[in-house]
Structures are given as structure tokens and as C-alpha cells.
Design a protein. Structure first.
Length: 276
């Protein structure tokens, strides 16, 4: 699933191709507004909040999309189309006065709403480190509202802090030296958020550093733990372990950690039985 930095980079790419241009012909092909023609609408700007993309038009409407696990956007040049097999899954088509066409492919969320009502789509989200209105104190307050919840599951809850997906939840736990099952209430949450915000911004804005947490861009060395089950820890050499799911996470996403660099404290072993 794309994370906040993925969507931030996507928005930057779409800005360069769409913003300021009028739609010569276009339509929505799914969602509650399926069939709506967008001809004559001019793209004003793109904005993001966490994993949500907002495309604003001069008509007073905003196109809200979310890629979830499978969606993507493609831009083709004048006279070009996406392959026929891909075209069959197109949910949004925008042919612009520049000759380019933007294709929203296999998007599970396509929603058209009045720009003044954007909060209906994103108002539930927590603060986003990639937005100008990032509020670390509010994010910490929301995370600590459920102090018993595991760190990884807490970071994945977009209502507390928006933009961290499974990769970042795992990598941030490693960077702070805590097992992902550790209750968020005993973690230094401001420090966790400071590291997370800085890492997400670098990933979103620095060329060549997309989702690189180790500082190394060599193959197999971009991440400390994510996707590295059974491989030696890049810091201590201990084999990285993996759990089948994040406790309390309905998405049942995997969790990776180094048992040496991220030990569960003795009191936690006694208080909370580990999953088999």
C-alpha cells in the first residue's frame, strides 16, 4: 500500500502535468459520481493528507482518491493511451489541453465532493508530517489516548497520525529500539514522532532517498527490518524475525523486528504473553 511519502511524490508529479490545465474531455468511471463529465473543468491544484489525494478544480469540486493496495496514476503524451488491458481498469480519465492524459487506474476510492466539504473525506485523519499544518503535540495526544495499544498498531492508525504505513511503522520501531508490541504508553512518543516526521520528509522530498531508512541505497540494505525476515540485522547480525500480523490491526500486516536491537522488556514479558 502506498504510504504518505508515496502519495506526496505522486501529487508533485501530477502538479507538474495537470495543474493549471483545462480538461478537454474526461469522466469518472466509478464511485458515487460515476458517469460525471469533467469537460471544461480546470485543475487548480493537488493536495494530500496522509494517503489521500485531493485534486481541486475551478468548478468548486474536489476529486478525492485513494490508491489503497492496487491503485495507480499514469500520464500519457499527446495521442497516446494506456494499454488496452490497463484501460479496462481506468476509473478516472482526464485529457488535458496540453495533449496529455491522466489515467486513474484501478482506484478503489473515487469520490467527487464540493471543495468546501473536503473534511467529509479527510476530517477524521490525524496530523500529517508532510503538511504545513503538522502538529506533533496533537499527534502525540492522539497516540497516547490508548496507551495500552502496541506501538506498530498505533502508528498504523491514520486517525492518530496520518501517513505512516507498515514499512514506516516497522522501521521507526527499529530506529527507536523498541519491539513493535511495546505499549505506546511507555514509549517516548515525541522522540518517535520527531524521527518519523524527519524520515518521512526525507523520503518524500530527497532525490534517491525514497523509503530508504538506513542511509544506504545498496540493494538489500535500504531497510533495517522491513521485508528482511531471516536475514542478518545490518546493525548487530542477529536474524530478523517476523510476526504474521500486527496486534489489533485488521489489515493483518506483517511485523519485522530484530530481537537484539529491539528487546521486549522483562516486565512486558511477564505482563503480556507473546503470540505463538
Amino acid at each position: 500500500m502506498p504510504e504518505g511519502d508515496s502519495v506526496h511524490r505522486l501529487a508533485e508529479r501530477l502538479r507538474g502535468s495537470l495543474d493549471g490545465h483545462a480538461v478537454v474531455s474526461g469522466e469518472l468511471r466509478s464511485g458515487g459520481a460515476a458517469g460525471t463529465r469533467l469537460d471544461g473543468w480546470r485543475v487548480l491544484e493537488h493536495d494530500t493528507h496522509g494517503k489521500h489525494l485531493l485534486t481541486r478544480f475551478d468548478s468548486g469540486y474536489t476529486l478525492h482518491t485513494h490508491m489503497k493496495m492496487q491503485g495507480s496514476w499514469s500520464i500519457t503524451g499527446e495521442g497516446k493511451r494506456v494499454p488496452r488491458a490497463v484501460a479496462a481498469t481506468t476509473r478516472v480519465r482526464l485529457r488535458l489541453d496540453s495533449g496529455r492524459t491522466a489515467w486513474g487506474i484501478d482506484l478503489p476510492v473515487v469520490e467527487l465532493l464540493a471543495t468546501r466539504d473536503e473534511a467529509a473525506a479527510t476530517g477524521h485523519l490525524g496530523p500529517d508530517p508532510l503538511r504545513a499544518d503538522w502538529d506533533a503535540d496533537e499527534a502525540a495526544r492522539r497516540l497516547l489516548a490508548r496507551p495500552e495499544r502496541p506501538v506498530a498498531a498505533s502508528l498504523l492508525d491514520q486517525r492518530s497520525v496520518a501517513g505512516f504505513g507498515n514499512l514506516w511503522a516497522n522501521e521507526l520501531c527499529f530506529l527507536r529500539g523498541v519491539d513493535p508490541l511495546t505499549p505506546i504508553g511507555v514509549v517516548d512518543v515525541p522522540a518517535l514522532l520527531a524521527v518519523g516526521a524527519r524520515a518521512l520528509r526525507v523520503s518524500a522530498t530527497v532525490e534517491g532517498m525514497y523509503q530508504t531508512t538506513t542511509g544506504s541505497t545498496r540493494r538489500g540494505e535500504r531497510h533495517w527490518v522491513a521485508g528482511r525476515a531471516g536475514r542478518p540485522c545490518l546493525r548487530c547480525g542477529t536474524a530478523i524475525r517476523v510476526r504474521a500480523e500486527v496486534a489489533g490491526d485488521p489489515g493483518r500486516r506483517r511485523t519485522w523486528w530484530c530481537p537484539s536491537c529491539q528487546p521486549l522488556r522483562d516486565w512486558f514479558h511477564a505482563a503480556v504473553p507473546l503470540p505463538a
